[in-house]
Design a protein. Structure first.
Length: 706
């Protein structure tokens, strides 16, 4: 909230359509000036004519699969002006596009979980609710904690933020397994297990080992509801607590005691999504499920396995799952797609083969990249590599309210309105209300709604009617509302400003039905049961994701582990210019937290500008000493706008503190090809000499370019 006001008319807003000089003068083509070139403002009609002609050239000469329109990102809380939906609908009306699958949020789990429990839904939206947990759960073993900073976010928005209240009412003891002590509110009764990053799977295996050795596992549950425990049990043989202590840094005696406590209590094992946003990210999720199966409490209220408590506001929420109005996107005639986090590989390696969930696929040849509503120079890893990838296409188009790094690396930048500057319908997946989002500010500069921009392009390409169906934005809102609810009338709803949604079906969990009768209510796995060993996954033959949970050491090591997690002062990179985000900066840069012992060893004190570096890149940050971090671990949240300085004597760096210059552009595994951006290995040093100014929040326009 506090970020909205200042960002609304901030100088970082894109005021008018702008075209990169090189593209304007030399036409489309690969260009390594992207991200360095200046922009020239061009009148709307002119830019739309040029862009329509270029879209037509690419689809005619190269085919529609040469248009990459995946456009991943979190723009807009509204249902109608949802930027990706608008873009996909538009591209579908002109013949389709290469899209992207899955998410940066939980793209590893969404590929793994169908093999293990039948679908993702089973653990995400059918988990025990917070009130059930408050009533029944005695022990929560929280891998990644339940970070309160994250629960204010829900896709589509949310009217009531329930999770903090639920957390305050917990009676369960919590075993907080995380490198960061503040991954749980300090008000919760917790014991902290300061695990080494990327080693949770070893800890889980040793807990499982202890259950077996002490005969505490539920053999009956494993036999009736699971397949493949015997193979896993054989694998566990040498995964004892001493072995795990050496890897995780958690003393063996503590592991044994925790395993006993888990078996003796109603225990909920939770794993945050961050753990699967890593190399081998399948393993902690699968091992967590195997461990919960061994406790035999899956399907009991408040017991079993949960995924994403503390990752998103609606996990564990009590609201009914809703069908809310949405914009129909039409049908994409192109069947090409990439797993979402393979964007740089797509652009750098057209034609190259890769594995994905049992398939061998090939990257198509991309000529035009179209992004609306996302910021790959926020969300992707190894930004220096992404910069090289962005030199390859003929044309890059970006719709943006702000001059983000992605806009700066584009050829055509079209100014988009924000949610405050247009009308929409707002609601989350488990919301209590549908909100009439009234316009509360005029569009900044010459900004237009994404819909209006696409409607103008559609008209130039002869498909205006197919795209707009003859409706204005307001007429679309009325249409979407009316095809969803007859009463109250749209006018009434709009005047009231909100509609309270009736409570839906009683919350019930898939696993409760399965537990009651696994034959009548099988899981949607090949066996109908929980697959502790998956013959399907084993059959793929991937060394980085074999047929049951295993310990796979990370391919990089020390000196320091960087946790690049979600920022608590904003949503991703959005509104970094806002007051709350700015107030969180240290020495004008993103805040890097480090343990006082690591700081002392490097002569660093709070408030210093530091250089964080590895072989892939470097960034500057503002140091804060904090013993809430395990020694050897530093934390730099995502979201500072990428601010490349190419000619610095220490080498190229980001002056602002974007951790994605440090993360590796590797997949979680060949199975899921998920994002592995949560971790990197780095070193940190005090930065001496004049620190380059942060320029990311100033527009890259030539003075008086109009
Ligand atoms: N290292 C590391 N990287 C990560 C992660 C991590 O844990 N570590 N987490 C990942 C995760 S989970 C995610 S979800 C991604 C998030 O990545 P993104 O969703 O790409 O990040 P946002 O900053 O939300 O980008 C949304 C963009 O849309 C713009 N926008 C807002 N409203 C509108 C609109 O109406 N129209 C248009 N055209 N644009 C609009 C905003 O200005 C902003 O630039 O990041 C991922 N990246
Ligand atoms: N304020 C705010 N809230 C958000 C977002 C935001 O940008 N800002 N983004 C939203 C989105 S799109 C998503 S997908 C979710 C993401 O939800 P998550 O992925 O769960 O969130 P993160 O903050 O990235 O990570 C949670 C915690 O995991 C811990 N962790 C990291 N590595 C390890 C490890 O190896 N072992 C253990 N045990 N713990 C580890 C970190 O200390 C971190 O604080 O958050 C959502 N909520
Ligand atoms: Mo996410």
């Amino acid at each position: 909230m506090g970020n909205l006001a200042a960002a609304l008319d901030h100088p970082s807003r894109v005021a008018r359509p702008a075209v990169r000089r090189g593209w304007l003068e030399d036409g489309p083509g690969p260009d390594d000036r992207r991200g360095r070139d200046e922009f020239v403002e061009v009148p709307w009609d002119d830019v739309l004519d040029r862009l329509a002609a270029e879209l037509d050239r690419v689809r005619t000469r190269h085919g529609n699969q040469a248009i990459f329109g995946g456009s991943y990102g979190w723009a807009s809380a509204g249902r109608f002006h949802h930027a990706q939906s608008q873009l996909h609908r538009f591209l579908n009306t002109i013949g389709g596009f290469t899209g992207s699958r899955n998410t940066y949020s939980n793209g590893t789990s969404s590929v793994l979980l169908p093999h293990v429990v039948g679908d993702m839904h089973a653990v995400l939206r059918q988990a025990s609710t917070w009130p059930t947990i408050a009533e029944h759960t005695e022990l929560i073993v929280a891998f990644g904690g339940v970070p309160e900073k994250n629960v204010f976010v829900t896709p589509g928005g949310v009217t009531v933020h329930g999770t903090p209240g639920h957390l305050a009412r917990l009676r369960a003891r919590v075993a907080l397994v995380s490198p960061l002590r503040d991954d749980l509110p300090s008000t919760v009764d917790a014991r902290w297990y300061p695990v080494r990053p990327a080693t949770d799977t070893a800890l889980m295996l040793a807990l499982a080992h202890t259950l077996v050795v002490e005969g505490l596992h539920d053999r009956e549950f494993l036999a009736r509801y699971c397949v493949g425990f015997p193979e896993f049990e054989r694998y566990l043989r040498d995964k004892d607590p001493e072995w795990a202590a050496g890897i995780t840094g958690i003393p063996a005696a503590d592991i044994v005691a925790l395993a006993r406590e888990m078996a003796a209590n109603r225990t909920l094992i939770t794993v945050t999504w961050s753990l699967q946003r890593t190399e081998h990210g399948e393993q902690p999720v699968w091992a967590g499920i195997a461990l919960a199966a061994m406790l035999g409490q899956i399907g009991l209220p408040g017991g079993g396995f949960g995924h994403g408590y503390g990752s998103m506001g609606d996990v564990g929420d009590t609201g009914p799952e809703l069908r809310v109005p949405y914009l129909p996107q039409g049908v994409n005639p192109v069947d090409e797609f990439i797993p979402v986090a393979r964007i740089a590989d797509l652009l750098l390696h057209p034609g190259r083969k890769y594995d994905y969930n049992g398939e061998v696929r090939r990257y198509p040849d991309t000529r035009l990249v179209y992004w609306a509503g996302g910021n790959p120079f926020h969300h992707h890893q190894d930004l220096n590599r992404l910069r090289r990838a962005f030199t390859r296409p003929d044309t890059i188009v970006v719709h943006e309210p702000h001059w983000t790094a992605t806009a700066r690396h584009a050829d055509v930048v079209l100014p988009a309105t924000t949610a405050l500057e247009r009308e929409d319908l707002g609601s989350g997946r488990r919301d209590t209300h549908l909100i009439a989002m009234h316009r509360i500010a005029p569009p900044a500069g010459e900004a237009r709604d994404d819909y209006t921009i696409f409607a103008a392009l559609a008209a130039r390409l002869g498909v205006a009617e197919a795209f707009t169906e003859g409706r204005s934005p307001r007429e679309w809102l009325e249409h979407l509302y009316r095809s969803w609810r007859e009463e109250p009338t749209f006018d009434r709803f709009w005047a009231d400003g909100e509609l309270r949604l009736p409570p839906g079906r009683e919350h019930h969990t898939l696993f409760a039905d399965f537990r009651a009768d696994p034959v009548a209510h099988p899981l949607r796995t090949p066996s109908g049961r929980i697959e502790i060993t998956s013959a399907t996954v084993a059959g793929f033959g991937y060394p980085d994701c074999p047929g049951h949970p295993v310990w796979l050491p990370p391919s990089e090591s020390g000196p320091l582990w960087l946790i690049a997690n979600q920022p608590h002062t904003r949503l991703h990179s959005q509104l970094d210019a806002g007051d709350v985000s700015q107030a969180g900066k240290v020495a004008g840069r993103e805040r890097l937290r480090l343990n006082p012992a690591d700081a002392a060893a490097r002569g660093i004190t709070t408030g210093d500008v530091v250089r964080v570096f590895n072989t892939r890149g470097a960034c500057l940050a503002g140091a804060v000493l904090d013993d809430a971090l395990r020694p050897g671990v530093v934390q730099l949240p995502t979201g500072a706008w990428f601010d490349p300085v190419e000619d610095h004597p220490t080498g190229p760096l980001c002056a602002h503190g974007n951790p994605n210059v440090l993360t590796a552009d590797i997949p979680s595994s060949r199975l899921s090809q998920g994002c592995a951006g949560q971790h990197a290995t780095v070193d940190v040093e005090r930065f001496t000499g004049p620190a380059p100014r942060v320029r990311a929040l100033h527009p890259p326009l030539r003075k008086g370019s109009r």
